[in-house]
Design a protein around this ligand. Structure first.
Ligand code: PRP
Ligand code: URA
Length: 206
């Protein structure tokens, strides 16, 4: 299932990120804020479990999150979404998946992976600002599945139709969340209109 999270604040902040004159500081800040807003929307269906507590006034039964949440940023650019989500869900455990896309072939290459033990039974949110050909996202999903993860969501800012189709074909049960579905990929595999190279803009490595 593809869900494009439409909210005026998300659209406004994404517009600031798309502008080519936006510098590293504002790019990062807007990415953080959008990631938090997206997490708020995505967490609407997180399951709750009853818990007995005592307030200063009385005993009562109320609810708390029933499952661990594991965040999986795809390095590097996915790191830019971690703080915004941690601010909202401070108990998340964080995995790391290091992937880079070969500039010629556009194929993903893995250079790092590390997971918390909770990944098997947790709600897993793989985060990366860009879903272009879908190669990196598909590789990351393959990797977390090998760790036993079953409940996986893919959270990206901007997606291309080509990438969405590729992920849906490879992993039909994974829900895909975007802030915007753009027009297409260009001949170099960049999303059009997109926002350029997310990793370079976050880390100032242009
Ligand atoms: C970018 C982006 C995604 C990937 C998307 O990362 O952050 O991970 O490309 O492209 P795809 O859908 O065609 O795989 P990149 O490989 O440039 O690495 P970086 O985050 O280190 O800059
Ligand atoms: N990776 C990026 O950072 N931007 C794109 O447009 C495509 C892949």
């Amino acid at each position: 299932m593809l869900k494009v999270l439409q909210h005026p604040l998300i659209t406004h902040k994404l517009t600031q990120m798309r502008k080519k004159e936006t510098g590293t500081k504002d790019f990062r800040q807007n990415l953080d804020e959008i990631a938090g807003l997206m997490a708020y929307e995505i967490s609407r269906d997180f399951p709750l479990q009853p818990v007995e507590i005592e307030t200063p006034v009385a005993k009562t039964t109320t609810y708390e999150l029933a499952k661990e949440i594991v965040l999986v940023p795809i390095l590097r650019a996915g790191l830019g979404m971690v703080n915004g989500i941690c601010d909202l869900i401070p108990t998340v455990k964080i995995a790391h998946v290091g992937l880079y896309r070969d500039e010629e072939t556009l194929e993903p290459h893995t250079y790092f992976e590390k997971y918390p033990k909770e990944v098997k039974d947790a709600i897993v949110m793989i985060v990366d600002p860009m879903l272009a050909t879908g190669g990196s996202a598909i590789a990351a999903i393959d990797m977390v599945k090998k760790q036993g993860a079953k409940n996986i969501r893919l959270v990206c800012l901007v997606g291309a139709p080509e990438g969405v189709r590729a992920v849906e074909e490879a992993h039909p049960e994974v829900d895909i969340y975007l802030a915007a579905l753009d027009e297409k990929l260009n001949e170099k595999g960049y999303i059009v209109p997109g926002l350029g190279d997310a990793g370079d803009r976050i880390f100032g490595t242009k």
